[in-house]
Design a protein around this ligand. Structure first.
Ligand SMILES: Nc1ncnc2c1ncn2[C@@H]1O[C@H](COP(=O)(O)OP(=O)(O)O)[C@@H](O)[C@H]1O
Ligand SMILES: [Mg+2]
Length: 228
C-alpha cells in the first residue's frame, strides 16, 4: 500500500530564545492510504501541533512531509489551500460551526469557497446531513442542536467535499459517551468507504476502536498495537 502521509524527522518549535518550546522533536510516520489511525497522547504532548502539520495548516520547522507523494514544503500557499479544501475534511473538538447559520448553511460553506453553484451546494449539503442522520435538522442553528448533533454537522461539513482524508482533533472531547459512539460510527463508515481517517485523541477507548494507534509523548512518537 502507498503511504498517503509520510513524515521524516519532523520537528516544530514555537517562539525563540528562553521562551522556545519544542513541540515536536523528530516525528517519523507513514500512514497507508485507507488506514484508520489514532494518535494518542497526554495534554501538551504535541497532538494538535502534529494535526496542524498533517492538515497543511502549519509547516514543520525542520524535516519533510509528503502528502500523496508531494512534498508539502515545496507547495505555494495557494496549492496548500487547494489541498486543504479538496483533499482533507477537518473535524475539531469545538465543532467550529458558525452560530448564526443553519446546519445546511454550515455544511454548504466549503462548497461556497470552492465556487459551486447554489442549488448543487444545497443538494449536496442536505445529502451529507442525511448521511449523518440529521436530515430533519437542516434549518436548525447550532444552539438548537445537542453537542453530538453539532459534531455530526461538522462531520457532514468535513465529508461534503468528498475528501480523501478525514483529520479530526479530539472530535469526541466535548461529547458524552452516547454521542462519542455515534461520531465514531460515522468515522468507521467513512473508513469503510475507503477514506483515510486520522483521529487525534487522549481517550484510550476512542484509540482502541481504530485500526492502528501511535502514541506521542513530549513530541516523540512510539508505535503500538491497536487496541491500546
Ligand atoms: N502557538 C503556540 N505557541 C507556543 N507554544 C505552543 C503553541 N501551540 C502549542 N504550544 C506548545 O507546544 C506543546 C504542544 O502543544 P499541543 O500540540 O497543543 O499539544 P496537545 O494537542 O497534545 O495538547 C505544548 O507545550 C504547548 O504549550
Ligand atoms: Mg490538542
Amino acid at each position: 500500500m502507498t503511504a498517503i502521509l509520510s513524515l521524516r524527522g519532523v520537528t516544530k518549535s514555537y517562539g525563540s530564545g528562553d521562551l522556545q518550546v519544542q513541540a515536536l522533536r523528530g516525528i517519523d510516520l507513514d500512514v497507508p492510504e485507507g488506514d484508520f489511525l489514532a494518535i494518542t497522547g497526554p495534554s501538551g504532548s504535541g497532538k494538535s501541533t502534529l494535526m496542524h502539520i498533517l492538515g497543511c495548516l502549519d509547516v514543520p520547522t525542520t524535516g519533510s512531509y509528503e502528502l500523496a507523494g508531494v512534498d508539502v514544503s515545496q507547495m505555494s500557499e495557494s496549492d496548500l489551500a487547494h489541498v486543504r479544501n479538496r483533499e482533507i475534511g477537518f473535524v475539531f473538538q469545538q465543532f467550529n460551526l458558525l452560530q448564526s447559520q443553519s446546519a445546511l448553511r454550515n455544511v454548504e460553506l466549503p462548497m461556497v469557497y470552492a465556487g459551486m453553484a447554489r442549488a448543487e451546494r444545497q443538494d449536496r449539503a442536505a445529502e451529507a446531513l442525511e448521511r449523518v442522520g440529521l436530515g430533519d435538522r437542516l434549518d436548525h442553528k447550532p444552539t438548537q442542536l445537542s453537542g453530538g448533533q453539532q459534531q455530526r454537522v461538522s462531520v457532514a461539513r468535513a465529508l461534503v467535499t468528498n475528501p480523501t482524508m478525514i483529520l479530526a482533533d479530539e472530535p469526541t472531547g466535548n461529547l458524552d459517551s452516547v454521542a462519542t459512539t455515534d461520531v465514531l460510527e460515522l468515522f468507521h463508515a467513512l473508513h469503510d468507504q475507503g477514506r483515510t481517517v486520522v483521529v487525534i485523541t487522549h481517550e484510550a477507548d476512542v484509540a482502541a476502536s481504530a485500526a492502528h494507534a501511535v502514541r506521542i509523548r513530549d513530541g516523540r512518537l512510539s508505535h503500538e498495537a491497536a487496541g491500546v
